[in-house]
Design a protein around this ligand. Sequence first.
Ligand code: ZN
Ligand code: ZN
Length: 584
Amino acid sequence: MKFLYLPLLILALAGCSQADKAATATTGPDARFDAFKNQFIEALWRQNPGYASGQGYHKYDSLLVIPNAAQRQSDAAFTQKYLAALSTFGLDSLSPNNQIDLRLLRNELRAQRWYADTLRSWQWDPSNYNLGGAVGDLLNGRHYPLDRRLRNISDKISHAAEFYAAARANLSSPTREHTELAIRQNAGGLAVFGSALADSVRKSGLTEQEKKTLTDHIATTRQAVQGYLDFLKNEVLSVGKYRSFRIGKNLFEQKFAYDIQSHFSAAEVYQQALKHKAELLHDMGHRAARLYPKYFPGQKAPADTLALIRSVVNQLTLKHAPRDGFVDAVKRQIPTLVAFVNEHKLLTQDPSKPLVVRETPLYMRGSGAGASVSAPGPYDKGANTYYNVEPLPAEWTPAQAESYLREYNDYTLQILNIHEAIPGHYTQLVYANRSPSLVKSIFGNGAMIEGWAVYTERMMLENGYGNNSDEMWLLWDKWNMRVTLNTIIDHAIQVDNMSEKDAVAMLRLDGFQEEAEARGKWLRATLSQVQLSSYFTGYSEIYALREELKQKQDKEFDLKAFHENFLSYGSAPVKYIRELLLRK
Ligand code: ZN
Ligand code: ZN
């Protein structure tokens, strides 16, 4: 996932390292399908070397795909071949885990075709083309020793001129927003081919001839990137012939179906989000009215409900960790969360896998992610999982620090820890790793992963975490409003032409957001489509599924069993888990 809704949170998509352990048979449909999956993933990496490097598979690091028509034909043939191969497996003949894998693969292949043939962002999104990002990752990666990394880089960038020539040929009236993004990113990418790389070359063990070749390749690459930047500025931006960044109703619905794999349509989820927004505001109004006399004794409450809520929220966020105690505050909360989950029998935790909280390593800092779970990728067998918490940057002014600490006040910080750690992302990861599937760790469903983390925030509070206090619930409402509004503006902007002015006003007024956060959200909503909707969609699907099962099972319903069964299928789309649970 490129974008994550909380500015602070990054869930490094994780997974397991082994092939599907669940299927031990050596013959029969599951065995045949397991063999197919391994062969398919190998072929997928050969077809998409850049994608492979990003997933930690480094066999094809030296290859660069030229994004031209011949490549698109080759991609189309690849998808066709594997869709045909998939159709030879009968869904019902497979284990539940393999059924989900089969559907994930089918969706992935169909989505690839749809992206190339229908959405065609290769024509209108110039930020698709940026060698700096890929080369930066190879240079900083720890997988191979420096010399080998440099040789791979040398081979890869030897085709930089062809790469950018193809990029220019592909573009036809791109959007202004993605053009500006491409200029920012490629200008940043140019820095990758600067002095740090030159230093690495100098101190490497490459032969003089290799050094010379690589230095020449770097020079031509710089020229190619600069040429692309000039092209974008002089032949796209200054000409001013753009298409709209809004993809409209049909494409949005289709993209939603491929990316989220929900059993709801985008329009249905949009309606749910509007309804939920009203419920949250209603709840906030009641709680703020009850809290007002406690925090403003003897004062007359504002008549306007939104003003009333705002004043109480502002008062509550004054309670926060000291500037130099942020990491400690997080560390102290983790054992409390573990104990609460155990005492209230919410799910079984694995005591052999305690969460390790650490200060974010220096090389990972400064990305704007204050807290993140970093988990080993599918090919990093045996690496640890950490909860990284970043101390406040020393260079921040007192005002910057205060604003940050207020955003992650004593109440919200607990919700954040639930989301990121226990029983949110970290716990889900531990469960997912028990039925390891390479397919799920590569194509795992983002809406399910984020939806689970958001669901657990509410579930913990419903079970009495925070003593059911109005304070805790009010700040949960505000926090939950963020994902709800993300869904609303995503749809309203992309489908219904909502303007920047109206979007920012809604985020400020109904979301109680600061100007900077609201403007940042607008920018993100112009550059991505559907992704902003994934958190709320996953959350509401999981919540609705729980309520559905409660109804159906009546007195038999057991919350702990529901959570454990739900998580046992790994990071699968909620709609598939739902089918399997309802069949039980
Ligand atoms: Zn009421
Ligand atoms: Zn998350």
